[in-house]
Design a protein around this ligand. Structure first.
Ligand SMILES: [Zn+2]
Length: 277
């Protein structure tokens, strides 16, 4: 089985200490794929600190020199992969950047080049802010040759006239109807690939994620965690479940204790995995 960890929302507002607290030890066992916001707008995201939230000022990543140095070091050590997480992340009036804003292709090109140059790396994966994507956003990332961290689906941009769309749709429907857990594949839409995430958040159930992990392992599939460094101390919304950080740790323990699990970056798994639907 392929295992990977996607962590969203690293930006100007992130301190190296926050990332180090969560991933300092863990990233020595396997790479963490960070979805990074190039020019975070201080809107309503919970990742924006209280003193900035709602100011709508724009904060380029390079203005946090300490973080840039930390990321560059982590990338060269193979501890971090960088993915593109929107451009501004937050849009005024509750709009969703990659479901409604204009010039998405430009934002992808500019945001990607900026991060690649600043951090000295190559970006292969795009993660839409708030997991919200529209048809134009999906087309823009496919044209840029990027993979999608997450899944778009029919309602959010899979081309309606493509045979691949409907055969995939049918396969996933049959999988669910037969009691299949999670989506244990990388999805190939022809012009781009998608890698579904298994959320590790306060709303997620540990028992469910463990069941998905085991069923994916049994079939030699793909299991990608999707979480937030800023939420690791948050309690679960489910009575009896551990806080987010411990939930993540339990899944990591399963992954590292099993020699059948190959822990790779999201970019490697989505590009190279043979387990494709
Ligand atoms: Zn985000």
């Amino acid at each position: 089985m392929h295992f990977c960890i996607r962590d969203d929302d690293t930006s100007f507002f992130t301190s190296p200490e926050e990332l180090e607290r969560v991933y300092g030890v863990v990233s020595r066992w396997g790479p963490i794929s960070l979805a990074v916001v190039p020019f975070h707008r201080a809107g309503t995201s919970k990742a924006v600190p209280d003193q900035f939230r709602g100011r709508w000022t724009v904060h380029p990543l390079h203005e946090n020199r300490e973080l840039v140095d930390y990321l560059r070091t982590g990338i060269s050590a193979g501890r971090f992969e960088i993915m593109l997480h929107g451009y501004y992340h937050d849009e005024p009036d509750g709009r969703l950047e990659f479901a409604s804003a204009a010039q998405l292709a430009q934002r992808i090109t500019d945001g990607r080049t900026y991060l690649e140059d600043l951090l000295g790396t190559t970006i292969r994966v795009f993660v839409p802010p708030r997991n919200a994507l529209g048809r134009r956003g999906l087309r823009a990332l496919a044209r840029a040759g990027l993979a999608l961290g997450g899944t778009a689906g029919i309602r959010h941009g899979w081309p309606l006239l493509s045979r691949q769309t409907w055969s995939l749709w049918l396969r996933l429907r049959r999988w669910r109807e037969s009691g299949g857990l999670g989506v244990p594949w990388v999805l190939d839409l022809g012009d781009h690939r998608e890698i579904p995430g298994n959320a590790v958040t306060p709303a997620a159930l540990l028992q469910y994620n463990e069941a998905v992990f085991e069923s994916t392992l049994a079939m030699g599939g793909v299991f990608c965690v999707a979480t937030h460094y800023w939420e690791q101390a948050a309690p679960s919304r489910h009575a009896g479940d551990p806080p987010v950080g411990e939930h993540l740790q339990r899944l990591i323990d399963r992954a590292v204790s099993n020699p059948q699990v190959m822990w790779r970056s999201v970019g490697e798994v989505v590009s190279d995995s043979a387990v494709v639907a």
